[in-house]
Design a binder for this molecule. Structure first.
Ligand SMILES: *Cc1c(COP(=O)(O)O)cnc(C)c1O
Length: 358
């Protein structure tokens, strides 16, 4: 049985770095992003760790995820409420006092029943999800007319990883959106919603800039995902905080063969031995969400054993006889080999891989 080991001490260590860097005096401003099964780490397991450090706000993908962790947080926002077509989940989530619904368009906003707790998403320059700034007025009139409960106004800053001015341009744009929203709140006699815009890398960079904004235009929340899991994927010009990857992926030995020099292994004999060696298979493959190693790739296990291409759907071959192998304890090894980012490597790991918290 493969398993994902989650190190609670490393999680606490990352939390301290996040807190001390981003909001040392305002721990309630740190929200954790748990979408997509907590980036593959296990939704409930990470929610439990977040609860231990008294994090109160979280962001999830769909109604199922929100209901799974309903008892762990005061504020749970569903980023993609329409991504799961299940009426009973939707009904339960709408009733829950601590579950909020993201509204990324006027159409979505229109579709919510009276009393729905919404967080309005506004485009500030990433041009992805969110209503246009010019439509803020319309959104407020829908909120007032349909008696929606406006909990938050937020945007997503798409330049947090990059060294350049676009990041600040987008932050200023959101600042204008906040100003306009406050006026609209006064006009419609609505209480001030919470404001938020920054994910991990942006929050690490914007802290000084942010503290210089007038109090009522500062963000109330930072939506931190990847940094909790131990990574930041930013331009190398930035100083790198000492975050620690919290997950290590292990697999167990299925069988071992003592093979002669020249023996070829796996589909199409893609790997060939240049000396006599013992080769074992281990019980994880691309069917479990681990990316598929193929010809020309050289990846070592955390212990330094060679993982032999090609990977199969449910197993991989490794030049080792150990009972158990640590496939990785840092997803950057796989991310580099596959020319992608740790987010993708981690979020692909199957939800049914058991999680062991140490
Ligand atoms: C995923 C996500 C985040 C977290 O981003 P990280 O880079 O993992 O910190 C924040 N906000 C929104 C809207 C997201 O979808």
């Amino acid at each position: 049985m493969p398993y994902l080991q989650i190190d609670s001490q490393k999680f606490l260590h990352n939390y301290q770095i996040i807190l001390n860097t981003i909001a040392p005096k305002n721990h309630e401003k740190i929200a954790i992003v748990l979408k997509d099964n907590a980036y593959g780490h296990g939704l409930k397991q990470i929610a439990e760790l977040a609860k231990r450090v008294k994090i109160q706000s979280t962001f999830v993908k769909n109604t199922y995820e929100a209901l799974e962790i309903i008892n762990f947080f005061h504020h749970i926002t569903i980023l993609y409420p329409d991504s799961l077509p299940c009426d009973s989940y939707l009904k339960a989530a709408l009733k829950a006092p601590n579950i909020y619904f993201c509204a990324p368009s006027l159409e979505t906003l229109q579709s919510y029943p009276q009393g729905t707790k919404v967080e309005l998403k506004v485009d500030s320059g990433m041009h992805r999800n969110g209503i246009a700034k010019e439509d803020l007025n319309k959104a407020f009139s829908i909120i007032a007319k349909n008696n929606l409960n406006l909990k938050g106004i937020f945007t997503h800053i798409g330049f947090g990883d990059d060294f350049g001015s676009e990041f600040y341009t987008q932050n200023m744009e959101f600042s204008n959106i906040k100003q306009e929203s406050l006026q609209l709140c006064t006009h419609y006699k609505l209480p001030k919603p919470r404001f938020h815009s920054l994910s991990s890398s942006g929050a690490f960079h914007a802290k000084d800039f942010h503290h210089r904004l007038p109090q009522d235009l500062q963000d109330d929340l930072f939506r931190i995902g990847i940094a909790f899991y131990g990574y930041l994927c930013q331009d190398s010009a930035f100083a790198m905080p000492n975050l620690q990857p919290i997950a290590a992926l292990f697999a167990k030995r299925i069988s071992t063969l003592n093979l002669k020099s020249g023996a070829r292994i796996g589909y199409s004999g893609a790997s060939a031995l240049n000396q006599e060696s013992a080769v074992s298979t281990y019980d994880i493959g691309y069917g479990d969400g681990l990316f598929r190693l193929h010809e020309g790739m050289e990846i070592l296990s955390a212990e330094g054993f060679k993982i032999l291409p090609r990977a199969s759907m449910d197993c991989i071959s490794i030049e080792s006889t150990q009972e158990e192998i640590c496939i990785f304890n840092d997803a950057r090894i796989f991310a580099r080999a596959f020319n992608t980012i740790p987010y993708e490597i981690l979020s692909h790991l199957h939800a049914y891989i058991p999680k062991i918290i140490i």
